[in-house]
Design a protein around this ligand. Structure first.
Ligand code: ADP
Ligand code: MG
Length: 430
């Protein structure tokens, strides 16, 4: 009874003190439950008893304070969660490790079908991003480095005339399970209306080396690093091109705008493929070919002869993959020029730099690629190296005029892996 009264009284106290009082009660250390000593204590014994009692009191008080602190954190968390609605998942993830984004994207709160987060979470994330610096200007918009809870993210801001690319990329990332080391990691898409204009954002992982195009301007490559870049890019392309069946599956995807500017270099010096704004999807299993609705065309410099001749069979999915392989061969060529063999290396140049002007027209390209049937000159020095001569041969097999004769992405990936197996760890040359 005395205990109950005491408990009722404790309800009016603040949480730490209440917990403390209850604990003391349970331990029989409060006045309320203390039985009077049967014999009077001798003066000399008092410090002996008081010492441990005080130590115990301190311990209990510390415990209670700890408990109170944990409770307060939980309450604060709950408050924030309700403020953010569905994005409570973000906060759940944030408690788990260093990278909030990594945890968030790995956690089981992703939608299941696509590779993205639920839409409301995407929106919340997007609106928590602070833009820091513009890192690139493309034909159709800008790319910014942004910060989200202290982590860098890339924000691609689409110009309104390229809204179809935003739609397409958003659609693909949200409907296809596209998590792969060599495909740019998607975080969120958002559309906002400000002052009667619409802003379209695509938020992805940020890679400080920038695009392969940027990287090759700055770096010359040891063969090991060249192969690492090539193999990883090929892994990304092979993953895009393959259809995977089953619940964790994906349709086959052709990129249609492959170029060194749309390949990014990660901090581990592997590549990942970016920009799915023009991509087409195909599923044999579900019998569909989805070519989207984007008036944009690929980059002229990288167009395969059948595209320039307007001979491509638009109803045949394979033909889109074949155009990717043509472009991939050109990317390999850009890498090869920057590879040091016998101490020799060339400056960075874009494909066909010597035969077409800057920003070549469709006609410029058609003349070179279709009429004159030119392909880029493969550096002679590659022949001197058994591995790099394999790379040279691979380029030739990407550039067959007959599209169906070209290598497949899977063959390229396997051959490059084989070539790189004989090599050692890559070094970055400054
Ligand atoms: P384009 O492909 O036409 O060059 P983009 O808008 O796709 O235009 O990109 C512009 C530039 O922004 C790229 O060339 C690259 O330097 C940079 N960039 C794009 N995405 C990222 C990213 N995720 N991380 C770091 N830099 C990026
Ligand atoms: Mg791009």
């Amino acid at each position: 009874m005395q205990m109950k009264v005491l408990c009722d009284e404790t309800m009016t106290l603040d949480p730490p003190r209440r917990t403390l009082l209850m604990l003391l009660t349970a331990l029989g250390l409060t006045q309320a439950t203390q039985t009077p000593p049967e014999q009077p204590q001798e003066d000399g014994q008092l410090p002996l008893i008081l010492g441990p009692v005080l130590a115990l009191l301190v311990l209990v008080a510390l415990g209670a304070l700890g408990l109170w602190h944990v409770r307060r954190r939980q309450e604060k968390q709950r408050g924030l969660n309700s403020e953010l609605g569905e994005s409570s998942l973000i906060l759940k993830a944030s408690e788990q490790g260093d990278s909030m984004l990594g945890d968030l994207l790995d956690s089981d709160c992703t939608t299941g079908s696509g590779s993205g987060l639920p839409f409301l979470v995407q929106r919340t994330v997007a609106r928590q991003v602070a833009l820091v610096e513009c890192v690139g200007k493309g034909r159709y918009g800008e790319v910014w480095r942004g910060l989200w809870h202290g982590e860098s993210v890339a924000v691609k801001i689409f110009s309104s005339r390229d809204e179809q690319s935003w739609f397409r990329e958003t659609e693909i990332y949200n409907t296809v399970l596209l998590r792969h080391d060599n495909i740019l990691g998607f975080i969120a898409s958002d559309m906002t209306s400000r002052n009667s204009s619409t802003q379209l954002w695509l938020i992805t992982h940020y890679h400080e080396h920038g695009s392969l195009y940027d990287f090759l301007q700055r770096q010359t490559l040891e063969p090991q690093l060249a192969l690492r870049l090539a193999v990883s890019a090929a892994c990304g392309l092979a993953h895009l091109h393959v259809e995977i069946f089953g619940t964790q599956g994906k349709p086959a995807i052709a990129h249609r705008d492959l170029k060194s500017r749309n390949v990014l270099v990660k901090s581990n010096l592997q590549c990942c493929i970016a920009d799915l704004g023009l991509a087409v999807m195909h599923s044999q299993g579900s019998d569909y070919l989805d070519i989207g609705n984007n008036p944009r065309v690929g980059t002229k410099r990288y167009m395969a002869p059948e595209v320039l001749e307007e001979q491509i069979r638009t109803d045949c999915f394979e033909s889109y993959k074949w155009t990717d392989i043509w472009a991939f061969g050109l990317v390999l060529w850009e890498i090869a020029r920057r590879t040091i063999v016998n101490g020799i290396v060339e400056d960075y140049r874009p494909p066909f730099y010597d035969v077409v002007p800057n920003d070549p027209s469709f006609e410029d390209m058609k003349k070179v690629v279709c009429v004159d049937q030119q392909t880029p000159t493969i550096p002679n020095r590659l022949a001197a190296d058994p591995v790099l001569s394999g790379l040279a041969q691979m380029m030739r097999e990407c550039w067959y005029p007959n599209p169906s004769a070209r290598l497949t992405a899977l063959r390229i990936k396997k051959t490059l892996q084989k070539l790189s197996n004989g090599l050692q760890k890559p070094k970055v040359i400054h």
